[in-house]
Design a protein around this ligand. Structure first.
Ligand code: NAG
Ligand code: NAG
Ligand code: NAG
Ligand code: NAG
Ligand code: NAG
Ligand code: ZN
Length: 375
């Protein structure tokens, strides 16, 4: 089908006016193809094994959407406090199927550099494999991925220019005497009730009110507008090697707590199988600390069924300053965990596609068993 279309398309280019293509349309198509080819070529030298400046990540976002125009598009989400544009990437295969959404954001905390590195890795993996990998192409039949590679752009830039351990945004408070809100305490869920501070000097300053920060507002408005279609909300942090479920603002459990723990534990097992890294799974209040106003809790409470925070490597040896040599293994193992979650979410809402998988496993087993019995 595809190569047939490609052949017809080439004939359209060779015969101006043929097959309904006039010269300007053909030229336009050719320009798109040229752009795609040159974007793919320039991405070949982009390293996913290192940390990138915000400038490089902006460049990467535009290149990746030019290189894969049939599946990736870049969309404006909002402006940061310092008036920078926030973009998310939408990975979606054209289809008439009604689809559901997986949300992933990285870098809400500025110093957690491994998180934006993972968002880029995730996008790269999906794009490099969606054609040939049946697991990933299966997801894309029913799911769109919305990826926000760096949520706290102002803070991220500040960690590159001024203070590597900066955590918050860069909004100005008290007449410019202190800076930054903890964006992950600023969501409208039990706002500033516990594990957050009203003092703008503090690391966990919750802002001047729920959703007082433009970055939080941008994410909240967008996610709220799509919430009926979002099945899974993933927010990537470091460090501590944890998969956290709701809630942080209470010891109470969400209505599907047991399911979330099961899905999370399976993801942790898949992660461990790669390089042996141990993760713990539990609610934030149970295994980390209490937090109010987090995006994970907020997402769960507006009705998104699966909501997890990842705390990536390491377990305190290097902390936020995770060496670049660990970017690749961290991303590889985290990818296994995220794919495991996607398996479970996908199987729950599209049981027929997973039945097919089970039955093919059963078929392979039935073929193998007679032989294994002989050994
Ligand atoms: C060429 O195609 C474009 C797009 O379909 C159309 O807008 C334009 O009028 C056409 N030009 C000629 C000369 O046919
Ligand atoms: C902030 O500055 C303005 C004018 O510079 C002043 O009137 C006001 O009292 C200051 N507020 C605080 C909280 O210091
Ligand atoms: C926060 O949520 C409450 C409902 O729980 C709503 O009444 C209020 O308007 C929301 N505030 C903002 C700033 O969105
Ligand atoms: C926790 O659950 C109890 C019992 O259902 C309820 O009274 C309480 O309000 C809940 N706490 C929070 C913070 O939601
Ligand atoms: C991480 O380190 C802490 C403190 O040494 C330890 O209690 C915890 O079990 C470790 N976690 C994992 C998953 O290895
Ligand atoms: Zn964090």
């Amino acid at each position: 089908m595809k190569s047939l279309l490609g052949t017809l398309y080439l004939w359209g280019l060779l015969i101006p006016g043929g097959l309904g293509y006039n010269r300007s349309l053909a030229q336009h198509r050719q320009e798109v193809v040229d752009k795609t080819v040159s974007a793919r070529r320039s991405l070949e030298t982009y390293s996913y094994n290192k940390y990138h400046t915000m400038e490089e990540i902006y460049w990467w976002m535009s290149q990746i959407s030019e290189a894969y125009p049939e599946v990736v598009t870049q969309h404006f989400l909002g402006m940061t406090y310092e008036a920078r544009s926030m973009y998310y990437l939408k990975i979606s295969q054209p289809s008439n199927n009604p689809k559901k959404i997986i949300w992933m954001d990285c870098g809400i905390h500025a110093r957690e550099w491994i998180a934006p590195a993972f968002c880029q890795w995730f996008v790269k993996e999906i794009l490099q494999n969606y054609k040939d990998n049946s697991r990933i192409s299966g997801f894309l039949r029913n799911l769109d991925f919305y990826v926000l590679p760096v949520l706290n752009i102002d803070g991220y830039i500040y960690t590159w220019t001024t203070d590597r351990l900066w955590r918050k945004s860069r909004s100005s408070h008290n007449n410019g005497t202190c800076f930054g809100s903890d964006l992950n305490r600023n969501f409208n869920v039990s706002w500033c009730s516990i594990g957050a501070s009203r003092n703008c000097q503090d690391l966990t300053f919750c802002g001047t009110g729920p959703v007082s920060e433009p970055e939080t507002k941008a994410v909240s408005s967008f996610v709220e507008s799509k919430k009926d279609n979002i099945l899974c909300f993933l927010t990537m942090h470091s460090y501590g090697q944890l998969i956290l479920t709701p809630y942080g603002y209470t010891q109470n459990k969400s209505s599907n707590h047991e399911e979330l723990i099961q899905v999370g534990q399976k993801a942790a097992n898949a992660l461990k199988a790669k390089y042996g890294t141990n993760y713990r799974v539990g609610s934030s209040a149970d295994i980390l600390y209490s937090t109010s106003g987090s995006s994970r809790d907020w997402a769960r409470d507006i009705g998104i069924p699966f909501s997890f925070t990842f705390e990536l490597r390491d377990n305190g040896t290097f902390g936020f300053i995770l060496p670049e040599t660990q970017v690749q293994p961290t991303c590889e193992e985290t990818m296994e965990a995220v794919l495991s979650i996607l398996d479970d979410v996908h199987a729950k809402y599209w049981p027929s596609s997973s039945t097919r998988k089970v039955s093919s496993v059963a078929l392979v087993l039935s073929l193998l068993l007679p032989f294994t019995c002989l050994l």
